[in-house]
Design a protein around this ligand. Structure first.
Ligand SMILES: Nc1ncnc2c1ncn2[C@@H]1O[C@H](COP(=O)(O)OP(=O)(O)O)[C@@H](O)[C@H]1O
Ligand SMILES: [Mg+2]
Length: 279
């Protein structure tokens, strides 16, 4: 930790370079695991209230980037600002307080199978507040209602369909009314109809509550449906960053190859992809 903090100081960016408008700012972020570079000098800003998607093929570093943005993984170099504050220079207790304002719905973010859906959503509230049980229950039920699962509150996760489990995980991520919600591959393992439902839920929650959303996905259809802006990653680098139209119009051959491959794969699965591309 000591070494890490010393290193960080050298790369600290003067505060005037951190735009106020950005909810999250990633600056010159680099990371390696066991000698392999996984993230290479990533710079990007996420605006308050937008749906920001990190897209790219499996293994390109999406989950690693997300963990850095959540404050879960100190980088080798560079850093992450949340509301203009360098989260990796915060004392542990302040970082923990900050994390409470973030909701995380992670890849395979398992619900606890021996607990009802309602108890799963109550858990984060119970762990970080001392509210009376009736109030915690009310809060949790509101969240379940928001994702359309109030009727399933008493069921065990194992009794739910794949799509319902994902929605329950979203309800749990929202338990503490986060300012920012993180999703890691929320549509993975879902059939195209359930995936589209989850995309719609994400959009609805964003529009109604203006929560900043950061979603990681390798699913182009999902990215093009929900994103205000997309960062396209390859081998730990940002290849392109922009709106859906800007990504589609990108002249970067690797971006175009990714789009082409995604359309071909969708075609093989019988998904009509053209609706995402033709306006
Ligand atoms: N804790 C870790 N230790 C070693 N290697 C890791 C670790 N986490 C991720 N990696 C490697 O980093 C690369 C990027 O991983 P990841 O961020 O999970 O990619 P993605 O989410 O885009 O599929 C992969 O090659 C993966 O094997
Ligand atoms: Mg991943």
């Amino acid at each position: 930790m000591g070494l890490f903090r010393r290193r960080k100081k050298r790369f600290q960016v003067p505060s005037e370079r951190v735009p106020e408008a950005d909810h999250v700012r990633v600056v010159a972020l680099s990371m390696h695991f066991e000698g392999k570079r996984v993230l290479r000098e990533i710079d990007l800003g996420i605006k308050r209230g937008e749906v920001f998607v990190v897209m790219g093929p499996s293994g390109c570093g999406k989950t690693t980037l997300l963990k850095h943005i959540c404050g879960l993984l100190p980088p080798d170099l560079g850093t992450v600002y949340l509301d203009g504050r360098d989260i990796y220079l915060l004392p542990e207790d302040e970082l923990n307080l900050l994390r409470r304002r973030m909701g995380m719905s992670f890849q395979g973010g398992a619900l606890i199978n021996s607990m009802s859906v309602l108890d799963n959503v109550k858990l984060p509230i119970e762990e970080s507040t001392s509210l009376p049980d009736a109030l915690v229950t009310t809060q949790a039920r509101i969240k379940l209602d928001m994702v359309g699962l109030l009727h399933a509150a008493h069921l065990l996760p194992g009794d739910l369909s794949g799509g319902m489990r994902k929605r329950a995980a979203v309800a749990r991520a929202m338990a503490l009314d986060p300012e920012i919600l993180f999703f890691d591959e929320p549509t993975s393992g879902l059939d195209p109809i359930m995936a589209a439902e989850l995309d719609n839920l994400v959009l609805k929650l964003n529009q109604v509550f203006r929560i900043t959303m950061v979603m990681v996905t390798h699913d182009l259809a999902s990215a093009f449906t929900v994103a205000d802006r997309i960062a396209m990653l390859k081998e730990g680098r940002v290849l392109a960053l922009g709106t859906r139209d800007e990504i589609q119009a990108s002249r970067n051959p690797e971006v175009q190859a990714f789009i082409r491959r995604s359309i071909e794969e969708a075609g093989e699965q019988g998904v009509d992809f053209t609706k995402y591309l033709v306006r």
